[in-house]
Design a protein around this ligand. Structure first.
Ligand code: ATP
Ligand code: MG
Length: 395
């Protein structure tokens, strides 16, 4: 269904059965922060997630406990909601297509399908004229032998269903490549050349159904063990010319998808200074969480606006920001030690967000901490102090 007139906040639905309800596929932390933003504007919310106790399900007006592809669950969601979005990489695009038969869905199933498949995604980058890492498709054992030698050392990534570095194996040579493909159960994969990275960055933008685009400042990201660890956003975090190039590439990628919603584009900056696109996420992104505390509109506010067809205005960052991801290992080996939040929250400009996950496991994203300040130096100083208190490696 195409976007018609805006679903205004505070409007009561015809028939008088309540306020406008917005739906989200997936009940993780991104869904939780979407729900918070939608509710702040007066919308009701519904979350579809198979888990009985999900971070978003717990704070939403409605929770439909159902598998993503269960037609009955999808029908229930569509019956409740005027418009629906997604928060989780791996919600099947087909489920979004089913919902779109009767309701507004953004982003579209087609855009999500491309983002879900590394091969389709790379084909899209090529179409948009944005360079990505040299790669080869690996669908069967024979493709391993045919893969060009200069892709090694490389990273073998499953084409579908990876996140936070899951479904990826670093390989030095063809022997390791064969072992890795077997370990990944011979799923369709992409072999990517291992690139010499100088830094990583990302661009988050919001695009409306009318094609209007607004964007956030370029985020500089530090990953550890394939998981985002630190995001720094302030003047000078990346060279200005690179930032402009990244924004332009992200806009081209969004336009090429006729994208509606919030989109994140992740980039590598190579040691020779060139910019290479890594991947896209068809939703708000971990690297944009600082926007909750450092910008006059967050990425979740803009997700709501794109979904309901409200005007998009350029977000303004009012504070320098450093975001630290809070992973499960901070709870100690027995997962029973609460991190010293009292000491952390004594730091100026500390904003703690915990996602309400009951179980702390190593590598699990339990929350994030944003340090805001009036200068990049002050934000970094607070963030390094927070990291020291929490036992996070300095950066
Ligand atoms: P997420 O969805 O959490 O962003 P992911 O599991 O989809 O992550 P990628 O973004 O593909 O994984 O890779 C995770 C990290 O691994 C990258 O941010 C980068 O640090 C490193 N990496 C991935 N591909 C390459 C490459 N070709 N060369 C060098 N480093 C890479
Ligand atoms: Mg990534």
């Amino acid at each position: 269904m195409s976007m018609g007139a805006a679903l205004l906040p505070g409007a009561t639905t015809t028939g008088g059965d309540g306020l406008v309800t917005l739906g989200v596929m997936g009940g993780g932390q991104l869904g939780r922060m979407f729900v918070h933003a939608a509710q702040a504007m007066g919308y009701e919310t519904a979350v579809l997630d198979p888990d009985a106790d999900s971070p978003a399900g717990r704070v939403s007006h409605h929770h439909i406990q159902s598998a993503y592809q269960d037609l009955q669950g999808l029908a229930q969601l569509a019956a409740l909601c005027k418009a629906m979005t997604t928060e989780f990489e791996n919600v099947p695009a087909d489920a979004l297509a089913t919902l779109a038969a009767t309701r507004t869905v953004a982003p579209s199933a087609q855009a999500v399908a491309i983002a879900q498949d590394r091969l389709a995604e790379k084909a899209h980058f090529v179409r948009c004229g944005v360079p990505c890492a040299p790669f080869a498709a690996i669908a069967k054992m024979a493709d391993l032998e045919a893969a060009p030698a200069d892709l090694l050392p490389g990273i073998l990534k499953t084409a579908r269903l990876g996140y936070d570095g899951k479904g990826q194996v670093r390989v030095a040579d063809r022997v390791q490549l064969r072992q890795a493909f077997a370990a990944l159960k011979e799923q369709v994969c992409v072999l990517e050349k291992m690139l010499p990275l100088a830094l990583e960055c990302s661009v988050i933008l919001a695009r409306g159904a009318d094609g209007a685009v607004v964007d956030f400042p370029v985020q500089r990201n530090l990953h550890r063990a394939g998981i985002l660890a630190v995001t720094e956003v302030f003047e000078g975090n990346v060279p200005a010319a690179l930032a402009a190039q990244a924004v332009q590439a992200a806009r081209a990628i969004a336009h090429g998808l006729d994208y509606v919603g919030v989109l994140c584009v992740e980039f590598f900056v190579l040691q020779d200074g060139s910019l290479v696109v890594n991947e896209i996420a068809p939703r708000p992104h971990n690297s944009g969480h600082y926007s909750l505390d450092a910008c006059d509109q967050s990425q979740f506010d803009l997700q709501v606006r794109t979904l309901v067809g409200l005007p998009l205005t350029q977000p303004r960052q009012h504070s320098a920001a450093v975001m630290l991801n809070i992973l499960g290992e901070l709870w100690g080996p027995g997962s029973d030690k609460t991190p010293p939040w009292d000491a952390v929250l004594a730091l100026p400009g500390a904003h703690l967000h915990l996602y309400g996950k009951r179980e702390a496991r190593p590598g699990r994203k339990m929350g994030h901490l944003t340090l805001t300040a009036s200068s990049p130096q002050a934000a970094r100083t607070s963030a390094l102090e927070a990291a020291r208190i929490l036992g996070i490696e300095a950066f």
